[in-house]
Every structure is written in structure tokens, then in C-alpha cells.
Ligand binder design. Structure first.
Ligand SMILES: CC(C)(COP(=O)(O)OP(=O)(O)OC[C@H]1O[C@@H](n2cnc3c(N)ncnc32)[C@H](O)[C@@H]1OP(=O)(O)O)[C@@H](O)C(=O)NCCC(=O)NCCS
Length: 505
């Protein structure tokens, strides 16, 4: 049976007139939590206004209470017909980078359809996933099959299993999503409680690891310490090569390391601060216990939920560098600790996991909103990367940044207002000086703001990322082990032609 656009569209659409002030359109989008409004003149579609247009307008410092929508909307946008079959609609529009399309029937607006919904039904591979040649950095090259999740960079969408990751962050606990990644299904209430108790009971570190912590903590940064401690955990618990064990043994090791990583990190952090570690509690959720172990105080519920949502949003994200590293190591049949240690190493680089504290350092360096534009222009002119902007896969809004911006707003505070101001300026400057590169805010920008607001020290930003991402790494290691083939690609040799005579020594 074929599906037509009218089966998927949202109706009635949210509309606004071209003469209305931008502020009116913004408050509609905020109230309905949508990313665009259709601009109409009677029943006819005359434009579309998106969050990105609002960012541009804001960067240009116009007064939204008087500035008309007309000046910032995309006029005469492409539309789809009510009866069009979704495959045909997708095929005709996939080369544009729209996120929403007005749906018309005999010239009149009747609804709005998201490109993501069209794509889901059309079941056509996103064009940004295809890769015939092998580009630098393996961009877009498909190197494995996975049913854990995926990222659709052009649509600004990512999912865990069959669920939108942002919907999961909005509606479920970290432990529920953890179980979804490990076992393939969301638990019912009884299953959730069983799983929650099981992982809470695994938080305490084995004695050998605990005894090692003071020396390791004094030696370096928390993420470096984590590498060493995870390695020791595997050795102390006698983890055998993945090649030699079955799924149940690997899964129980995976639960153990994921439950223990927050304990290791919090202990290392406190020891390096000259404080005694705070033992884990098994009556708190994963996120609440993490904040408890960091500070020795029970965190306010709003902070616990904000950090829990951050962790859910960053559990997994396609074939990012650390996940790929973990799978490559797992594919050799090495033990789980080896795969996690390798992944931590990959995550420690600033181009992958190391940006949230740098984004906050940048806000410090900028100091005040009036200095933002000059600071950003100078940095780009010097050839510097603006931390927290740009993404290898997302060439539109990073949905994690959109979600965390809302979380940050909910928490409130001066830093949040300042960050939003700098974000608007940066997006505007990058659009002007790097046209066509499609550089938008990535997860790391608001991650830093949220973590700082919830009392997590800057040195613990990337380690906190690792505390969640270890769950994704382990899910991938189990998937790799379940249907393994050694990952062993090739490189094109481009050095001087061999064989040359070897000069005498
Ligand atoms: C994440 C990142 C590594 C992805 O980069 P990529 O896909 O390899 O993109 P490229 O390096 O090919 O960059 C493409 C162009 O955009 C520019 N660019 C990309 N990110 C930029 C940034 N944050 N600031 C300024 N310019 C940037 C590059 O300079 C390049 O410009 P050019 O065409 O004039 O040479 C990159 O955007 C970046 O370094 N961002 C900052 C670090 C960060 O936030 N990391 C966290 C990621 S979640």
C-alpha cells in the first residue's frame, strides 16, 4: 500500500502573516515547540520562516517586536501536494535542505509535513549516507551495519533503535534508554525497576581499583585517569578476550564498567581536589548518584533531570570516532576493557569530546556580549575553529543543541542568556565568512552551559560525556561481537615509488 503526504502531515498548520512582527512568530514556535511557521496570505502560502531565519535576524540585531516576518522568511517556498506519494515527494525534494514543507490542496494550505517523516516512510537512504568513493576522514562511508541507532545529518535527526533520541530524552530515564541500547527494547515498569536495582548494585569499585585511585588521580587529567582505571578494572576482574566469551558474560562485564565509570570519575575528581571519594548510593538514579558522588550533596531535582537528559542525548551518535575505535578493537577479539580504553582515548581529542570546556573558555574570553562579534571575527580570521560550532554530519541544527538550549533556558541564569547571545553572533558571522559550509551550533556548546549551571566543574565536562557514552560504546562492542568480522581496511600508498635501492648504512 502506498502512503500519501496527507497520511503524514500535521494539520492544522501553524501560520502567521508576512506583515506580523518576528516576535509573534517566535512566540508561536516556542509555544508549539516547532521549528517553523508557514507564512500565508489568506489560504495561499507566501513564505516559510524557520528557527534559522530567527537566528539570522537576531544576529543582525533587529528589533523583533517591530521587524516584519516578510524580511526574513523564505518567500514562495516549495510545497507538496496533499495526494502526492511520499517516495515521489521525498525524491523531488531531497537535494534541498528543508526540514518542513507546506502541504497544499488546490492552491490552499492544508498542513505541514516534516522531511524526516517523509524519509522514514519512503525508506530511501539519506543522500548524506551514501559514499561511493573514499573521502578524507571516511566522511559518509558506510563501514558496518547496526541496529543501535543512526544520525540523519541533513534532517537534523538521530535515533536510538526505532525511537527518536530527543523523544527518549524528553520521556524516559537514563536507565530505560540504557536497557534499550543493550537489550533492544524499552522496559515495562517492573523491568525498569529490576534493571535499575541491578546496575545500582554494580557501582562500587573492586578493592584493587579503589586502592590505585589516589596515585592515578594525582598523575593527570580525569579522562587520562579513567583510561588507566578502566584498564585496571578489566585486569582485576580477569576479563577474558571477547573472542573467547559468550554474550551473557560480555553483557555482565558491560553493565559493570558502565555502572562503575561514574564512580571512578567522581573519585578521581575529588582525590585530585584533595578530598576523600564519596561512596556511591544504590538508592539514587544513575544521574543523581553521579552528582552525589561529585559533591557529597543531593542535587536539586532540576539539575538531576538536566544532567540525565544530557547523558541520554549523548549515549550514542552513529559511527563517531570513539564508537568506531571501540568496534575496531572489539573486532580483533580483544577484551571489553581494551575497547573502552581505546574509545576513551579517541574521545579525549578536542575535535571529538573535548570541546564543551573549550566552549565555556571561549565565553570567558569574550567576556561581554558587545565583544562577541569582534572576538569571533578575529578568531575565524586567524583560522581558529570556534568551539561548539560545526559538525561532520549535521549540516543543519544539531538536535542535541536544540534540546539542550531548551534545557539551559529552563535552568535559567546569566550564563544562559550570554551563551544565546554569543551563539546568535557566531552563527551569523560563520554564515557570512564561511558561506556554504553550513556551520551551526553543535551539542558541545550548550552541554558546557548546562553542566556548568548544574555545578559540574569544567575539568569534568568531557569525563561526564564519557560517563554516558560508555553505554553506547558497550552496546556497539556487544553488537560487533555478536556478528564479528575483523575490521581491517586499506590505505592508498602515496609515497615515493618502491622498490628503491636501500642506501648503505
Ligand atoms: C566538528 C568539526 C571537527 C567537523 O569538521 P569537518 O566536518 O571535518 O569540517 P571541515 O574541517 O571540513 O571544515 C569545513 C569548513 O568549515 C570550517 N569550520 C568548520 N568548523 C568550524 C568552526 N567551528 N569554526 C570555524 N570554522 C569552522 C573549516 O575551517 C572549513 O573551512 P574552509 O572550507 O574555509 O577550509 C569542526 O566543525 C570543528 O572543528 N568544530 C569545532 C570543534 C567542536 O565543536 N567539536 C565538537 C564536535 S561535536
Amino acid at each position: 500500500m502506498t502512503t500519501a503526504v496527507h497520511d503524514l502531515m500535521s494539520s492544522p498548520p501553524v501560520t502567521c502573516s508576512a506583515g506580523a512582527p518576528l516576535a509573534e512568530a517566535t512566540s508561536m514556535m516556542d509555544a508549539q515547540q516547532i521549528g517553523s511557521v508557514v507564512i500565508t496570505d489568506g489560504p495561499a502560502v507566501v513564505g516559510i520562516l524557520t528557527e534559522r531565519d530567527l537566528l539570522r535576524a537576531s544576529a543582525a540585531r533587529v528589533d523583533p517586536s517591530v521587524e516584519p516576518v516578510r524580511r526574513w522568511m523564505t518567500p514562495d517556498p516549495d510545497v507538496v501536494a496533499l495526494d502526492e506519494e511520499v517516495g515521489a515527494a521525498w525524491a523531488g525534494l531531497s537535494h534541498h535542505h528543508y526540514r518542513h514543507l507546506p502541504v497544499v490542496d488546490r492552491g490552499s494550505l492544508v498542513g505541514v509535513v516534516s522531511i524526516r517523516d517523509l524519509l522514514a516512510v519512503a525508506q530511501i537512504r539519506p543522500t548524506d549516507e551514501a559514499g561511493a568513493d573514499v573521502p578524507r576522514g571516511l566522511e559518509g562511508v558506510v563501514v558496518a551495519e547496526t541496529s543501535i541507532g543512526d544520525v540523519r545529518g541533513l534532517q537534523g535527526f538521530f535515533h536510538y533503535r526505532q525511537y527518536s533520541a530527543t523523544d527518549l530524552a524528553a520521556r524516559r530515564s537514563l536507565e530505560d534508554v540504557w536497557q534499550l541500547l543493550f537489550d533492544g527494547a524499552l522496559p515495562d515498569r517492573a523491568g525498569a525497576s529490576r534493571f535499575g536495582s541491578e546496575v545500582a548494585s554494580l557501582r562500587t569499585l573492586p578493592p584493587g581499583v579503589a586502592a590505585l585511585l589516589p596515585a592515578i588521580a594525582s598523575a593527570g587529567a580525569p579522562l587520562d585517569a579513567l583510561r588507566t582505571v578502566v584498564s585496571h578494572l578489566g585486569a582485576e576482574l580477569g576479563w577474558r578476550p571477547g573472542h573467547d566469551i559468550g554474550h551473557e558474560e560480555l553483557r555482565s562485564q558491560a553493565l559493570r564498567v558502565c555502572a562503575a565509570v561514574p564512580t571512578m570519575l567522581a573519585a578521581v575528581h575529588r582525590l585530585s581536589d584533595g578530598k576523600a571519594p564519596v561512596p556511591p548510593r544504590d538508592d539514587l538514579s544513575h544521574a543523581a548518584n553521579y552528582l552525589w558522588m561529585l559533591t557529597g550533596e543531593e542535587a536539586p531535582e532540576a539539575y538531576v533531570r538536566a544532567i540525565e537528559q544530557y547523558l541520554v542525548l549523548t549515549l550514542d551518535h552513529g559511527f563517531n570516532a570513539s564508537t568506531f575505535a571501540a568496534r575496531v578493537i572489539a573486532s580483533t577479539g580483544a577484551d571489553l576493557a581494551a575497547a573502552v580504553v581505546g574509545a576513551i582515548g579517541a574521545l579525549s581529542g578536542p575535535l571529538h569530546g573535548g570541546a564543551p570546556s573549550r566552549a565555556l573558555d571561549m565565553l570567558d574570553a569574550i567576556g561581554t556580549p558587545d565583544r562577541a562579534e569582534a572576538w569571533i571575527r578575529d578568531a575565524v580570521a586567524r583560522g581558529d575553529r570556534i568551539m561548539g560550532f560545526g559538525h561532520r554530519v549535521y549540516k543543519t541544527d544539531d538536535p542535541r543543541a536544540v534540546f539542550l538550549r531548551r534545557v539551559a533556558r529552563g535552568l535559567g541564569g546569566d550564563l544562559v542568556d550570554f551563551a544565546e547571545e554569543v551563539e546568535r553572533t557566531t552563527v551569523g558571522v560563520l554564515a557570512e565568512v564561511k558561506p556554504g559550509r553550513r556551520l551551526y551550533t553543535n551539542v558541545e556548546f550548550f552541554a558546557g552551559v548546562v553542566m556548568h549551571t548544574c555545578g559540574i566543574p569544567r575539568s569534568m565536562f568531557t569525563p561526564t560525556f564519557a560517563a554516558g557514552r560508555v553505554i553506547g560504546w558497550c552496546a556497539h562492542v556487544m553488537e560487533q561481537a555478536g556478528d564479528n568480522r575483523l575490521i581491517r581496511p586499506a590505505a592508498r600508498y602515496v609515497g615515493p615509488p618502491p622498490p628503491q635501492p636501500v642506501p648503505p648504512g
